[in-house]
Design a protein around this ligand. Structure first.
Ligand code: AMP
Length: 431
């Protein structure tokens, strides 16, 4: 019997690793340059952490969490996202005592029992980052600019930044009241879930994927028109600072995010290649029917809500599988897994090559050799498959003459190099 991986769960194969490393390295170095330090968070947590923070009425908690009881009867859940754990760790380890502003990031698998499709999986990976300790609009603009710059450096120029403001505990109740009146007036077109949400958590109606509900909700009141003075000023300042930094954005008044903890700024970075225009089917878009690569915003009340001191915060998460799908459209130049390949013919050459391989590695050169005693043609094919730009060819004659052939795989030219000069020459080309 062949046992397969669970639905929506994929292996990341050796061929894909260079691209994953490229992504992780690019994001990690951009964050570290901006003062973020890595934190490694647990894969599972007490279930309560997620229901108290993300919200018991959200799809993520109500429908998509992998929850189980351990032998002690405790309810645990595989993490569906990282912010709740980051806040828990920030409080539990009193990270706020070290520095008034705390910048952390994490990377790793998240789990949601969604219906799998292209760009949507049950185990997927996020890189997330959070900043605790300031409610300044400068922070919102700094992080949004950082993200957009980072994507631009990866040549992803078709991404759009969408912004909204969800208000604060001052102005949101008034907005909720307006929304509840609207939902009451439009009950007829809403599904049972939305009717329930109208009573329990009205903002969540905007997460409904039902096309009928979407149509009914199109003229619903918008949070932006109910912002209090302080939230309005904050949002204006974010927009003004982004304009100063020449970061393009558009306002999306329907953007509510599927999690309860957001206040004020909420954003998504979407692929315009995923635009649902009539002449583009989801299959043609690199992200399928999904289009958000990253999302986040402010969560000024969450630390307090989870038992900590009043601490404003801002964070985001990037979906790495979706970023990968976009990068695969225009693959960046990735380091080959062998920069030089040793094609060795005969036992003497193999022994000499074995030592050469060690010496080249000590010089920091990525090298692989062939152990299979294959013919030259096959060895050159292996070099080609590994993407090696150079091949050293060595057989009995070369050993006798103490010279080897250095082949440039790009233009096919060959050069005869004295053996004692080979390492120096390769190091020079590689530098
Ligand atoms: P969220 O935590 O829902 O704000 O999602 C942040 C980002 O994670 C999204 O913009 C996606 O790129 C990614 N993401 C969320 N859910 C999934 C999923 N089921 N499969 C793949 N990526 C996901």
């Amino acid at each position: 019997m062949q046992i397969k991986a669970p639905k929506g769960v994929a292996d990341i194969l050796p061929d894909d690793i260079p691209m994953w490393r490229y992504m992780e390295h690019a994001l990690r170095s951009a964050l570290e340059r901006s003062g973020f330090a890595e934190i490694r968070l647990p894969i599972f947590e007490n279930s309560q952490l997620f229901s108290h923070s993300i919200g018991a009425e959200t799809d993520i908690v109500a429908k998509e969490m992998y929850t189980f009881q351990d032998n002690g009867g405790r309810s645990l859940s595989l993490r569906p996202e990282g912010t709740a754990s980051a806040v828990r760790a920030y409080l539990e380890n009193r990270l706020y005592e070290r520095n008034p502003i705390c910048r952390i990031f994490y990377m790793g698998p998240m789990f949601r029992a969604e219906r799998p499709q292209k760009g949507r999986y049950r185990q997927f990976h996020q890189l997330g980052a959070e900043v605790f300790g300031t409610d300044s609009a400068y922070l919102d603009a700094e992080i949004l600019a950082l993200l957009m710059r980072c994507f631009k450096r990866m040549q992803l120029t078709s991404l759009k930044l969408q912004l909204n403001s969800l208000g604060c505990p001052e102005c949101r109740p008034q907005y909720k009241r307006q929304l509840v009146v609207f939902l009451g007036d439009n009950q007829a077109g809403l599904c049972a879930d939305c009717m329930r949400r109208a009573d329990t958590n009205p903002l969540r109606v905007f997460d409904c994927k039902n096309p009928g509900c979407k149509e009914v909700l199109a003229p619903a009141p918008q949070s932006l028109t109910s912002l209090c003075g302080a939230c309005k000023d904050h949002f204006e300042q974010v927009k003004e600072l982004l304009t100063t930094l020449e970061v393009a954005f558009e306002i999306n008044p329907r953007l509510v995010r599927g999690l309860d903890y957001y206040t004020r700024t909420a954003f998504e970075i979407v692929s315009s290649q995923g635009d649902k225009s009539p002449d583009k089917s989801p299959d043609q878009s690199p992200l399928g029917a999904q289009n958000a690569v990253a999302g986040g915003g402010r969560f000024d009340g969450l630390v307090e809500q989870l038992g900590g001191p009043k601490t404003p915060a801002f964070g985001f998460a990037i979906g790495l599988e979706r970023l990968l799908l976009l990068l695969q459209e225009q693959p960046p130049a990735i380091e080959p897994s062998a920069w030089v390949y040793l094609a060795l013919l005969g036992e003497k050459a193999k022994r000499k090559g074995f030592i050469l391989q060690q010496n080249l590695r000590q010089q920091g050169i990525t090298v692989q050799m062939n152990y299979a005693d294959q013919c030259l043609k096959k060895q050159l094919k292996s070099a080609h498959n590994l993407g090696a730009p150079y091949v050293v060819i060595m057989g009995d004659d070369e050993i006798k003459n103490q010279r080897v052939i250095l082949k440039d795989m790009k233009d096919g030219t060959q050069e005869n190099v004295p053996l004692e000069q080979l390492i120096g020459k390769l190091a020079e080309i590689n530098s």
